[in-house]
Design a protein around this ligand. Structure first.
Ligand SMILES: Cc1cc2nc3c(=O)[nH]c(=O)nc-3n(C[C@H](O)[C@H](O)[C@H](O)COP(=O)(O)OP(=O)(O)OC[C@H]3O[C@@H](n4cnc5c(N)ncnc54)[C@H](O)[C@@H]3O)c2cc1C
Length: 491
């Protein structure tokens, strides 16, 4: 392998492609090195639903970003707005006010412009009807600050990025695992890469690291997230093992952010070790706000209706992992099964159905039957039935007097047939990583000085997310900081 380039980009997921487009539009020659074979391209970005969070002012933004959307459809939809203030508030609230204010400001303030930039590059978006808006009295109302997704979801996003990159002359090499950075003690001057069993050294003016977090590395998970994390299933790519982070640390980069934190969700208990591209994100089970979750003791352990699922799902995986034997069952009755998300209707689902609660729990493997029956009885008695149920708003229909309160969307479990779904913990991505300069995307060293020639974007950047995460922000973070890094890397 002899190709050298102005900018080498490590990885070929969403953050990497945004960096590549930004560098290319400045006239740089760009080489993307991706560890996975082409048949597994796109990293975690391919596994997503393509949902992407951005600040918008109203329907005109949606029209501009989704020109295919019919006026009749717009007429029956309340898109509302999602202001930069709301985006800030969500980021600060869900991260318990830990998010780095400068990184957060860059993320929030650049989000709208970055989505329009992506659209101008040729990436198409559409509203997330169904998952983020329910039809009530003939109208759709979007909630939770998450309104658009990439056309064709994660696969559509990655395919569009790949086409745009190839058309603009960006070179993408698959099956190329970057092993280390070439560093002269001052500048990063290229990478050492392994391809087809041979090791090569490639030089460049700068390198952008966009090679993901360490969620697919069970040793690092256990070391940094804590005991038990080796048992989690990986929701996405098996290739995000923290190598990019390790390479940068090896030359003195500063670690940053919530190294013991991650995004993790309720994930089908029998899902495979890593993500399965044929199933995508459908092993997730995100309709728990409409029912209850119980553990092996038959007991509820979390407020299923604490907030819209966008603001709770990313931290509930950890809570499930902490339960006895690391599993939970989600239980629903017929009043809500029609609004369960599509992922509940896939073939590869761990599900039991019964006409009585006694029969149901006898089918729910390893659950204390007596404990469950008592728990449902106490829960049913505590539901505030005088408050109307409304899935489009935080309806305040909660429970009264329970140790583990349910704050919204509480319904009695009393209408058979009953359905229960077994979930374990699925890890999405890790929050700890490298420290970058928020103004340039340049990687900082342990003295907090920029490392010449080294930039970073995407999952491997630390300091943005702590404890939790507002849904759809991972792609936006990769887009904003990828674009920034690619642009800066050409200077
Ligand atoms: C099931 C699932 C659903 C999700 N849904 C959403 C969603 O709807 N919206 C949202 O915003 N976020 C979602 N996320 C999170 C989102 O996937 C990530 O935040 C985002 O895709 C990260 O992008 P990235 O470019 O940083 O990493 P990736 O897309 O993972 O790209 C990193 C790439 O680097 C490559 N790589 C790793 N090591 C090396 C090496 N040594 N040499 C060369 N290449 C290497 C990997 O193979 C990979 O292709 C979801 C994640 C999963 C798993």
């Amino acid at each position: 392998m002899t190709i050298n380039a102005d900018v080498i980009i490590v990885g070929a997921g969403n953050a990497a492609f945004c960096a590549a487009h930004a560098a290319r539009e400045k006239g740089a020659s760009v080489l993307m090195l991706e560890r996975a074979p082409q048949s597994e391209n796109g990293g975690n970005s391919r596994f997503t639903a393509g949902a992407i969070r951005f600040a918008y002012e109203g329907v005109d933004d949606i029209r501009a970003l989704c020109p295919d959307l019919a006026e009749e459809q717009i007429a029956i939809t309340d898109f509302g707005s999602y202001t930069t203030d709301q985006f800030y508030d969500d980021m600060f609230r869900v991260t318990s006010y830990r998010t780095d204010p400068d990184l957060c400001e860059r993320l929030v303030m650049s989000s709208r412009d970055t989505l329009h930039w992506m659209r101008d590059k040729g990436i198409r978006f559409m509203p997330i009807y169904g998952r983020q808006a329910f039809k009530v009295d003939g109208r759709f109302k979007f909630w939770g600050g998450l309104t658009l997704e990439a056309w064709g979801g994660g696969p559509g996003l990655v395919d569009a990025h790949t086409r745009i990159a190839t058309d603009s002359g960006i070179e993408i090499r698959y099956g190329c695992r970057v092993l280390s950075l070439l560093y002269d003690g001052h500048h990063v001057i290229g990478v050492k890469v392994k391809a087809q069993g041979e090791v090569f050294e490639l030089t460049s003016k700068s390198v952008v690291m966009a090679s993901g977090g360490f969620q697919a590395n069970p040793q690092w998970r256990t070391r940094y997230l804590g005991p038990g994390w080796e048992m989690a299933r990986v929701r996405g790519s098996r290739f995000n093992t923290g190598e990019g982070i390790r390479m940068a640390l090896d030359i003195g980069a500063a670690p940053y952010g919530n190294w013991s934190g991650c995004h993790a969700v309720g994930w089908d208990y029998n899902a495979p070790e890593f993500g399965d591209l044929a199933v995508g994100d459908n092993f997730q089970k995100h309709s728990y706000p409409w029912g209850i979750m119980v553990n092996a003791d038959g007991k509820r352990f979390v407020d299923e209706g604490a907030d819209f699922r966008n603001y709770t799902y990313a931290r509930y995986g950890r809570i499930i992992l902490e339960q006895p034997n690391q599993f939970a069952w989600q239980v629903f009755d017929q009043k809500v099964t029609s609004i369960l998300r599509d992922e509940y209707r896939i073939r590869q689902v761990t599900k039991v159905v019964a006409d009585t609660l006694e029969e149901l729990v006898s089918k729910m493997e390893n659950v204390n039957q007596q404990g469950f029956i008592e728990e449902v009885a106490a829960y049913n008695a505590a539901v505030q039935t005088d408050v109307p149920f409304d899935p489009n708003v935080k309806d305040g229909r909660g429970t009264e007097g329970l140790d583990v309160r349910k704050s919204n969307w509480a319904n009695r479990i009393d209408t058979p047939p009953y359905e229960a779904y077994q979930v374990g913990c699925g890890i999405t991505f890790t929050f700890g990583g490298l420290r970058i300069d928020p103004a340039s995307g340049q990687v900082l060293d342990c003295d907090l000085a920029p490392i010449p020639g080294l930039y970073a974007a995407g999952e491997l950047v630390g300091g943005i997310f702590y404890f939790n995460y507002p849904g759809g922000t991972g792609l936006m973070s990769g887009s904003v900081f990828g674009r920034l890094a690619g642009d800066s890397a050409t200077r």
